[in-house]
Design a binder for this molecule. Structure first.
Ligand code: G3I
Length: 321
């Protein structure tokens, strides 16, 4: 096969990435051509989040950046996952603790309804709520939870289903890549939502991994499978693999990174209901990791757009090699 997109067709899983709108708009050719040829599923890195979509006030939306990105994905015949409609980060400034509960609930419903109706029919899936579970395995003390309790979660999915009945509705979180206290808590939450009849179709596992401590294929598979057994579609939604904590030579570090990618793809391949494998970027030239963790090379293309060993970790996994 020539590309990950080719391999993904054989695997019958979508292969995705999260492009930066800024880099796309700069017109960098290598970036745009790999984006078009290697991937068939696109998640905007930032432009479809609540803050970027409602930058000024509660009754105004700015869809222009996401619209331009969608025009490219339509030329490329790629499916799109919009995100994140409700997240405690990158939310508008008007979403704050001065707002009373009823107004906040109204803002959430308005944002979901307006945005999803505007894009109805164009978006394959939405991450409706993102990262509501804390690292201590209790509900995160966000402005939403403090004002509304956990009811806002079910309500968000109900608003989303009504706004665009064709879109698949996902939950998404980090630190839940294998079986642990936080993934147990998310599992309980998902089981409760389903038992309550809340319209939710699937869950994304971010997998921002450190190569030094990444789980095994077996651990990831077992975890994905238990969520799939709830009747959910599962996907790997934001994977990158940090290597700066490794202390071998470069060749070895990159080979370990290749193995970690391979393990994660294998886990998705092992679970029939795993429908997509999405990278959080694709070139080491542009990655949120550098800003947040310090200089690293967590992706599958290097700064010069050459394929790294990690690329073949993904491709081989999709081809069951
Ligand atoms: O757009 C402004 C720009 O106008 C300003 O000049 C610049 C100065 O700092 O900031 C720009 O905004 C930045 C934005 O990315 C767009 O580049 C924000 O500061 C920065 O915080 C933001 O970071 C994003 C981060 O989410 C915010 O939490 C990352 O790009 C994005 O990769 C990251 O993605 C998240 C997922 O959504 C959820 N899962 C975890 C993942 C990593 O944190």
């Amino acid at each position: 096969v020539e590309t990950l997109a080719d391999a993904s067709k054989k695997a019958r899983k979508k292969v995705g990435t999260a492009p930066s709108y800024g880099v796309m708009a700069s017109g960098e050719e290598d970036y745009l051509s790999l984006l078009a040829s290697e991937f068939n599923y696109i998640t905007p890195e930032n432009v479809a989040k609540w803050g970027p979509l409602q930058p000024v006030s509660a009754n105004e939306w700015d869809f222009s950046a996401f619209d331009s990105m969608l025009a490219v994905t339509q030329d490329n015949k790629q499916k799109v996952k919009g995100r994140a409609l409700v997240w405690h980060r990158q939310a508008p400034n008007f979403v704050n603790e001065q707002v009373d509960a009823a107004t906040l609930a109204q803002m959430i419903d308005n944002h979901i309804t307006t945005t999803m109706q505007y894009y109805a029919g164009e978006i394959y899936a939405w991450d409706v709520v993102n990262e509501v579970m804390g690292d201590d395995a209790n509900y995160r003390q966000s402005v939403f939870y403090k004002k509304l309790g956990k009811s806002y979660i079910a309500d968000a999915y109900i608003s989303a289903r009504a706004a665009d009945p064709r879109a698949k509705l996902f939950y998404n979180d980090y630190g839940i890549d294998s079986i642990n206290a936080k993934s147990d808590a998310v599992y309980t939450m998902m089981a409760e939502l389903i038992a309550d009849g809340v319209p939710i179709d699937g869950i994304g596992f971010q997998m921002h991994l450190d190569a030094a401590s990444a789980p095994s294929t077996e651990e990831m598979t077992a975890n994905l499978q238990r969520f799939a057994d709830l009747g959910l579609s599962v996907n790997i939604s934001e994977i990158d693999v940090r290597i700066s904590s490794l202390s071998w030579d470069d060749v070895t570090n990159l080979a370990i990174q290749q193995q970690v990618y391979h393990r994660a793809v294998n886990a998705c391949m092992n679970v029939r209901q795993c429908d997509a494998f999405t990278l959080w970027g694709f070139t080491d030239k542009y990655t949120w990791i550098d800003g947040e963790f310090g200089e690293d090379d967590p992706l599958i293309y290097d700064d010069e757009y050459q394929r790294k060993p990690a690329y073949f970790g993904v491709a081989d996994g999709l081809l069951r090699i």
